[in-house]
Structures are given as C-alpha cells and as structure tokens.
Ligand binder design. Structure first.
Ligand code: PMP
Length: 402
C-alpha cells in the first residue's frame, strides 16, 4: 500500500484552471482574461527594454553564480526600500528600516506572516479585505496567523464599502494586524481615495492596529511610482510602524524571476540589527537565500539614472495601455452598443484588474459562447485586451447581459 493512499485530491487552483480551459479551446478568437500578467498590444508577453539592457550589463559584470546573503543583494534591498518609502522618509534617513529580499511578493507576505506570528506582541489575528487576492487567506493561515476579514466591496454599487470598512476596523480588537492593498486592489480594482486613506490611517491609529501593506503594483496602477506609494508614505509620515511586501513581478515584468522585498519600519538602528537577525533566522530554514538574477536586474535599473528614467516611462506605458482599454470598453458599451447597465466602474477602476459585475452564469456563457475566459467572480485582467480584441470583447459582454 502506498504511503499516500489516503491523501485526498484537493481542488484545482481557480486561476490556473482557467488557463487550462483556455489552452484547450481551439477557437482563433479566444481570449484569456484570467491570469494577471501584462500583455502587449498584440497579446504577447512583454519583456521591458530596461530589463534587457540590465541583463546585458549583468552578463558583462558578474562572472559567477555564487550564493547571495540570506537577506539578499544589499544594493537591491536598499533601492527597493528607497523606491517604496521615498528619499525623504524619516525611518529611511534614520537607518530604521529592516529589509530583506524575498521570493517575489508572495514570499514577502509569507516572511512577514511568519515574523508577525513569532514576534508580534499583540493579537496574532490579521484582517483581510473581502474580497482579497485569493492566496492571502491560505498564505497567512499557513504562516500561523488567525485570518479574519473586513468589508471592502459594495457589490450593489460596484464601489468601495467605506462605511463597512471603517466599522469593521473600529470593531477589531486593539492591536490586530490589518492587511491593506497599497494600490490597485486585487481583485476589485477599487482603491480608497487619498482622503479615505487619511481616515483609514486615523482609524488604524485610534485602534492601535498594525498596518501590513501589500504593494504588488507600484507604478503599474497610475503609471506614477510616487502616486502609487501614497498610502504607504502617508502612513509612515503619520508615525505608524508598518510592514511592507513589495513585488517587482508586474512593474518590471519579472514574474518568473521571483523578485521582491519585505520590510519593517523599526525604532532605530539598534532595533534594526535585532530585527534583521530574526529575519535571517526565519528565512534560513525556509530557503537559505534568494535567487540572484532578478534582484540584479532590478538593482541595476533602480541604481542607474538613465535606466531608471527609461523604466519609469515603460511602467507608464504599460499603465496607460491598460487605462486606454478601460476607456475603450466603457465607450463601446455605453455609447456604441448601448449595453444595458451602468459601466462607469470599468473606467474608474485602477490597475491590472477590473471587477466587471458579470455574474457567474454570465462569465460561464462568455467562455462557452464567446471563448472569453475570466474568473467566475467576473474579474478580468485588463492586460489581456488590446486594439485587436476589445471590440469583440465588448460585443460579447453586450450579448451575455441582454
Ligand atoms: N499580492 C497581490 C495583491 C497580488 O495580486 C500578487 C500577484 N498576483 C501578489 C501579491 C504576489 O505576486 P508575486 O508573488 O508574483 O510577486
């Protein structure tokens, strides 16, 4: 008898399942709007010019494949922290940010979850928005935190449920951890306004909650690095201690290179040294040390003035292509096709994803009748749309909602 005879089959991953159905579909019109990876105007994966240039520079400079330190490439982590917190950030200038490289954003969240589970002195419960990125729930549970939720999305109005959010955070036990999507909330595409962020910061302060930011889309949301970092920088300026998970998957297109960083703002350099030592103790038995190539690419881009400004315009280009698609869908549905319903949210949402408001039976019909694949909750990855397929997409939406 096999040792694994009693292992039950688990459910398939909801997003990877979509990609499989898409692959099996033989229609030439098929569109995959499930996976959250940027596609160019021809629907193809996109490697940034600055990434190619950085790779050339690295090939010429780095002769070996030696291990990185446990917390990764020091130039990379310093530049990643600078990108997120900004040059005039108080903890940054005081040497009071403890930062480590991570296996992209997922790994950063996981290191943070493990660190909080081990060292956070208050309630080890983390509040996640409903809905949230599906992986947050098992990730924090497996890190050893108790997962709870706060209201975020108003289904009725396809908007932020700000009253629900405030009331749930106000009734959370003091000292709880709260996970905040720094920008481009996944899956809704709906972010708080700067004014709402200021109120959230006040509520977090009043209830002594601990803010943990997940920033997987800096620059990718608005096209502007500083603007997308507003929430994180505002909280830090307001005197909060924060935890931060960063990913370079989207804004540098480094998906498979697994390039990210986890950081904590701390009291002073002495405390930083103690926290750094504990981050190493958490990371060492997990994977020893992180992969080098992606961190070298990101570090090269962030550390070179000319490459950095070219990268800024490439990020802006990706964000703007997505914003253009939003405007196009909105105008096709509202003006050209006169599709029943209110579609303003498609235009006002931000980032890679849009919650269309399509119901599960309608998303099923989109796949079966139109060969267009998306998650059952009606989320689409805007990046899968382009000038060649957006008209067909809008007509297909029109057909399923009538
Ligand atoms: N957080 C959110 C909200 C995300 O959408 C993603 C990417 N889908 C991640 C974290 C992490 O992605 P990665 O591990 O590829 O950086």
């Amino acid at each position: 008898l096999s040792s694994w005879a009693n292992v039950p089959a688990g459910p398939p991953d909801p997003i990877l399942g979509i990609s499989e159905a898409f692959k099996a579909d033989k229609s030439p019109r098929k569109i995959n709007l499930g996976v959250g990876a940027y596609r160019d105007e021809h629907g193809k994966p996109y490697v940034l010019q600055t990434v190619k240039k950085a790779e050339e520079a690295i090939r010429d400079q780095i002769p070996d494949k030696e291990y990185l330190p446990i917390t990764g490439l020091p130039e990379f982590t310093a530049r990643a922290a600078l990108l997120a917190y900004g040059a005039d950030s108080d903890p940054l200038t005081r040497g009071a940010i403890s930062v480590t490289q991570s296996i992209s954003g997922t790994g950063a969240l996981r290191i943070g979850g493990a660190f909080l589970a081990r060292h956070y002195p208050h309630a080890k419960a983390i509040y996640l928005p409903t809905p949230t990125w599906g992986n947050h729930i098992p990730l924090f549970r497996d890190s050893g935190l108790e997962v709870r939720s706060y209201r975020y999305f108003d289904k009725e109005n396809v908007s932020l449920d700000f009253e629900g959010l405030k009331s749930d955070l106000l009734s959370a036990p003091e000292g709880s951890v709260v996970l905040l999507h720094a920008c481009a909330h996944n899956p809704t595409g709906i972010d708080p306004t700067p004014e709402q962020w200021a109120i959230i910061s006040d509520v977090v302060k009043e209830k002594k909650l601990f803010p943990f930011f997940d920033m997987a889309y800096q620059g990718f949301a608005s096209g502007d690095i500083a603007r997308d970092a507003f929430a994180v920088r505002h909280f830090v300026a307001q005197g909060h201690q924060v935890a931060l998970a960063q990913s370079f998957a989207k804004n540098m297109g480094l998906y498979g290179e697994r390039t990210g960083a986890f950081s904590l703002t701390v009291a002073d350099p002495e405390e930083k040294a103690r926290v750094d030592s504990q981050l190493k103790i958490i990371i060492r038995p997990m994977y020893s040390n992180p992969p080098a190539h992606g961190a070298r690419i990101a570090s090269t881009i962030l550390g070179d003035t000319a490459l950095y400004s070219q990268w800024e315009s490439e990020v802006k280009g990706m964000a703007e292509r997505i914003i253009t698609m939003r405007e196009k869908i909105y105008s096709l549905l509202t003006h050209d096709l006169k599709t029943p319903g209110e579609w303003g949210h498609i235009k006002s949402q931000i980032g890679m994803f849009s919650f269309t408001g399509l119901k599960p039976d309608q998303t099923k019909a989109m796949a079966e009748k139109a060969h267009i694949y998306m998650t059952a909750d009606g989320r689409i990855s805007m990046a899968g749309l382009n000038a060649g397929n957006v008209q067909y997409f809008a007509e297909s939406v029109d057909a399923v909602v009538r």
